[in-house]
Write a protein that binds this ligand. Structure first.
Ligand code: ZN
Ligand code: ZN
Length: 185
């Protein structure tokens, strides 16, 4: 989280076709053959509920008997919001991938069907795994800055931008309920 956090102002259109890799050429080679894919994309990718922008890094794709193994780290930014002031932010994150994408004809090796696969056309769709790993990469408590002042609980004023008149009367809800308990006696 330290630094590098930027404020999201608008969302350009999603360019998800860049997340589909044509691995047909790998399928023509023998097991053990591998090749690197360079990612250097400035676009925005909207995968269901996850919005990521900028994708940089190198993925190594290796052909095995069961499928294609993808390994590497993608540096990206994931849209989230500050838990205190609720402002949208683009959080720099590393998405680490290390996954087998099985061939269509491979019988499931594990009891649960593998969600990651090479499709009949020889493509691998990275969207499901990027969504999954992207969600894991975002911490639960994200702040726009370590000293974010948050919002006024009464009028919603963003204290990072200014003050409001109700600040003096502001009683934390937890303190209010505690006082109510004490006053019961
Ligand atoms: Zn904030
Ligand atoms: Zn206020």
């Amino acid at each position: 989280m330290r630094g590098g956090v930027s404020i999201v102002t608008d969302l350009p259109r999603s360019d998800n076709r860049l997340l589909r890799l044509n691995v047909g050429f790998l399928l023509k080679e023998g097991p053990g053959y591998s090749r690197e894919f360079d990612f250097d994309q400035d676009g925005t990718f909207i995968v269901e509920d996850v919005v990521i922008s900028r994708l940089r890094g190198v993925l190594r794709l290796t052909r095995t008997r069961q499928g294609i193994v993808i390994q590497g780290t993608l540096r990206t930014q994931i849209a989230t919001e500050c838990v205190r002031c609720l402002i949208p932010i683009a959080l720099p994150c590393d998405i680490e991938l290390s996954e087998l994408f099985v061939y269509p004809a491979t019988p499931a090796a594990s009891p649960a069907p593998n969600p990651y696969f090479v499709d009949d056309g020889g493509f691998i769709d990275l969207q499901p795994i990027i969504r999954e790993e992207g969600i894991l990469a975002v911490p639960i408590q994200t702040l726009c800055s370590p000293d974010c002042k948050g919002l006024c609980s009464q009028c919603g004023q963003n204290f990072n931008e200014g003050t409001c008149d109700c600040a003096e009367e502001d009683i934390e809800p937890r303190l209010a309920s505690l006082r109510a308990l004490l006053e019961e006696d």
